[in-house]
Design a protein around this ligand. Structure first.
Ligand code: NIG
Ligand code: FE
Length: 404
């Protein structure tokens, strides 16, 4: 494998301890060796001996280079859509009203169960395409619309198949505890027994990278989530949690007790919850698309998260009910306008912090030893990535060292 050199660029390395905002390097050079960054720094500091070994030279034509974007929370694989419920909400029903009336997640469960592997793959690929066009190189996909072994397996297999068919690294999360399916109505604990059985089997089939649940009045209690997380721990799987989205259940403290990679949503996060997350090193995954789409009014406590030094990631939450969104760049803008993140925090939220939320220390920053996943942008300054609404600033994506 020959070394490749990228020059004529500015690089937002997003390195944590960098002296410049965004870890910005004017006139940068990147050396790629077999899918890995071998050297990143100011062009003038590139050692001659290394430069001479570079056989392939790339001119980035003045582009800004950032790490590949990471969407660390999606439900990208599902059947159908929920446009009619969107319409019901516009006619006065709330998300919780619809869920209690058997719509909401349950209606997507029905559509997902009746879709074949091929249908889900085709619909998933259509949603993946715009994310790839915006420079996404790592994507998390959850199950949770099957809620029965065969269908949870189908969702996870489709997620894996999307990763195989496209130049993107897909991480799968088992979300069997997303909702109680109709055949277990009123028997959440019995369904949880089934969730534990599914988890063990799907894990044995190599389909599960992490475990998630929906901790909420309309879903599972902290005590029920604790049972699931104990089982995940037995299997050596990391956990994360949809929590404090519609109410404060104290689930963030529970997640922290299990060393959760992340707690996601968090509009109702308490002081105690934030302190517990800080102590556990859990990432706060902020989902401005769901906040916007549900027209929530309570913003996640950003100042509290900053004060407690809880790392903040940003993701699309791509799903049919609360965030039918396939633009991570739009989420950067909304994280800034709705949640008041700075553009630097927002960009870190889809790079370094998103990598942390997935437990992937080999990506999310441009530095020697990291995966060679990066994006060339037609912008002068990284703040433009959060500033613009719409547009197509992505010029090219390099995935695993190869231009995509
Ligand atoms: O992340 N909060 C729970 N799960 C999804 C919504 C699922 C749905 O409504 O289909 C979310 O917001
Ligand atoms: Fe979600």
């Amino acid at each position: 494998m020959s070394l490749e050199l990228w020059t004529h660029c500015r690089a937002a390395t997003m390195q944590a301890e960098a002296p410049q905002p965004y870890g910005l390097i004017e006139d940068a050079a990147l050396v790629v060796d077999a899918g890995q960054l071998q050297w990143v720094g100011p062009r003038g500091a590139l050692p001659d001996a290394l430069r001479q070994r570079c056989e392939i030279l790339h001119d980035a034509a003045g582009a800004l280079i950032t790490p590949g974007l990471i969407d660390c929370h999606t439900h990208l694989v599902y059947g159908g859509d929920r446009a009619l419920e969107f319409e019901m909400r516009l006619n006065g029903a709330s998300y919780e009203d619809i869920a209690r009336a058997g719509g909401g997640i349950a209606s997507t469960v029905q559509a997902t169960r009746s879709a074949t592997h091929e249908e889900l793959l085709k619909q998933g690929a259509a949603r993946l395409q715009p994310l790839l066009a915006e420079g996404v190189t790592t994507l998390e996909i959850k199950s949770g619309y099957g809620l029965a072994l065969a269908h949870e397996r189908k969702m996870l297999q489709v997620a894996r198949a999307l990763g195989q068919a496209h130049d993107v690294d897909v991480r799968t999360t088992f979300l069997g505890a997303h909702a109680v399916p109709p055949e277990f109505a009123g028997q959440a604990d019995a369904y949880l027994d089934e969730v534990l059985r599914m988890l063990a089997l799907l894990h044995a089939e190599g389909l599960v990278d992490a475990v998630d649940a929906f901790c909420e009045r309309i879903a599972f209690s902290p005590a029920q989530v604790a049972r699931l997380f104990a089982a995940a721990r037995e299997l050596g799987l990391p956990v994360k949690l949809h929590v404090e989205q519609l109410s404060d259940s104290g689930g963030a403290q529970l997640a922290a007790r299990f060393g959760a990679l992340s707690c996601d949503h968090l509009e109702w996060l308490s002081d105690e919850g934030a302190a517990a997350m800080a102590a556990a090193g859990s990432v706060a995954v902020l989902l401005p698309g769901a906040f916007y789409f549900l027209r929530e009014t309570r913003v996640p406590p950003i100042e509290l998260l900053r004060r407690q030094r809880v790392p903040m990631a940003v993701a699309t939450d791509c799903n049919p009910g609360t965030s039918p969104c396939t633009s991570l760049l739009l989420m950067l803008n909304m994280a800034c306008t709705l949640f008041r993140l700075t553009p630097e925090e927002a960009l870190a939220g889809v790079t370094r912090r998103a990598a942390q939320a997935l437990g992937l220390p080999d990506r999310g920053v441009l530095a020697a030893g990291m995966r060679a996943d990066f994006v060339l942008w037609d912008v002068q300054h990284p703040a433009q990535l959060s500033y613009a609404l719409g547009g197509r600033p992505c010029l090219q994506t390099v995935f695993n060292g190869e231009p995509r």
